[in-house]
Write a protein of this length. Structure first.
Length: 350
């Protein structure tokens, strides 16, 4: 193995999806695939999730949503819904309409542009309207909501829009704050119902709240990290969930009782991870130093060039998970994966 490898386990991904769906039922899974499926590879994630029966994808941005649609085929999998919630340009809105991408809309200005583009193209925009429930990460304020609903229902009547979802983000700062957010969310739904049918996709929760707070789940739950086996920072392990990706590198030199492995900061491994433990043929050993193109590991008896070292994974060789490494540098497990460069070879293992 001349290059570091990120080995991606399809069987674990399928098992994680099954565990998540069982946990959140009857809420429907919207699997989030932002940042190239958290660094695992968008095409692989989409193909595998569809094989597992997933019919909702959260892409974050329109460009990724279009990549998903093209992967699925415009004339195939017409039942698959793709949700992009990043505020986008008019040109991107046009592409989203052409590729049947659902749009997350959280400001009056963005709504104006989406409806104008839909009318100009003669297409009904599929809209998930966002209510601000307290996180203040985009979203219409509660006092804006009633007038906005009237406007969207009028656009529906004119054939320019279809209100298919109501959604929000939770702050997840405390149970009490999340309970308050839920009340704001339910009030927004009731207001929408007074002017027309209930949207099919009601989604307030992401991974952590969907897993632990069943009363907060709507008809849909947006879950990304947990499907890939990435637990929340400072959160407990998840029953039935295992990391999908394992980062491995080989020993390229032995010096003074230490082993040098062929992965470094130029490959996206944070230099601040020095001091963490990685897996070796002899069990866990300290990661002493992360250089630009190689890293130094505390050695073991009988070590040799070509020996395999596990930087992160499921712990089968004494290595930490991506989230455990992330906690050392005050970040989240997703960042450990998404910062890996293309030089790290992705290998799919069925």
């Amino acid at each position: 193995m001349s290059r570091p490898e990120l080995r991606i386990r399809t069987d674990r991904f399928l098992a994680n999806i099954a565990a998540v769906r069982e946990r959140i039922a009857p809420s429907d899974l919207m699997i989030v695939v932002k940042d190239q499926a958290y660094g695992h590879g968008l095409a692989w994630a989409v193909d595998t999730a569809v094989q597992a029966g997933v019919r909702r994808f959260g892409s974050y941005d329109i460009r990724s949503g279009i990549d998903i649609r093209r992967r699925l085929g415009q004339a195939e999998h017409t039942d698959v819904q793709i949700f992009a919630w990043a505020t986008s340009t008019d040109e991107e809105i046009d592409e989203a309409l052409d590729h049947r991408i659902d749009l997350g809309v959280g400001t009056a200005e963005y709504l104006d542009r989406v409806l104008a583009r839909a009318e100009a193209r003669g297409i009904a925009a599929r809209i998930h309207l966002k209510i601000d429930t307290g996180l203040h990460r985009n979203g219409l304020l509660p006092e804006e909501w009633p007038d906005t609903i009237v406007r969207v229902r009028a656009a529906e009547a004119a054939g320019h829009a279809s209100l298919v979802g109501i959604w929000s983000h939770l702050a997840e700062a405390s149970d009490a704050e999340d309970d308050e957010a839920r009340e704001v969310f339910l009030t927004a739904i009731r207001t929408a119902e007074q002017a027309g049918p209930t949207p099919e996709a009601l989604h307030l929760t992401a991974s952590a709240a969907s897993w632990w707070r069943p009363e907060l789940r709507g008809t849909v739950s947006r879950i990304g990290a947990f499907c890939y086996g990435i637990r929340s920072a400072d959160g407990p392990d998840l029953e039935g969930i295992l990391p999908v990706a394992e980062l491995r590198a080989t020993v390229v030199d032995v010096r003074g009782g230490d082993a040098l492995i062929g992965v470094g900061s130029f490959d996206g491994l944070p230099s601040a991870l020095a001091g963490a433990f990685v897996g070796t043929p002899a069990g866990p050993r300290e990661l002493r130093l992360v250089g630009e193109t190689s890293a130094t590991i505390a050695g073991w008896s009988g070590m040799a060039v070509g020996d395999e070292v596990h930087l992160f994974g499921a712990g089968e060789h004494g290595e930490s998970s991506a989230t455990t490494l992330a906690e050392r540098i005050d970040t989240v497990g997703e960042e450990i994966l998404t910062r890996l460069t293309p030089f790290v070879h992705r290998v799919i293992v069925d």
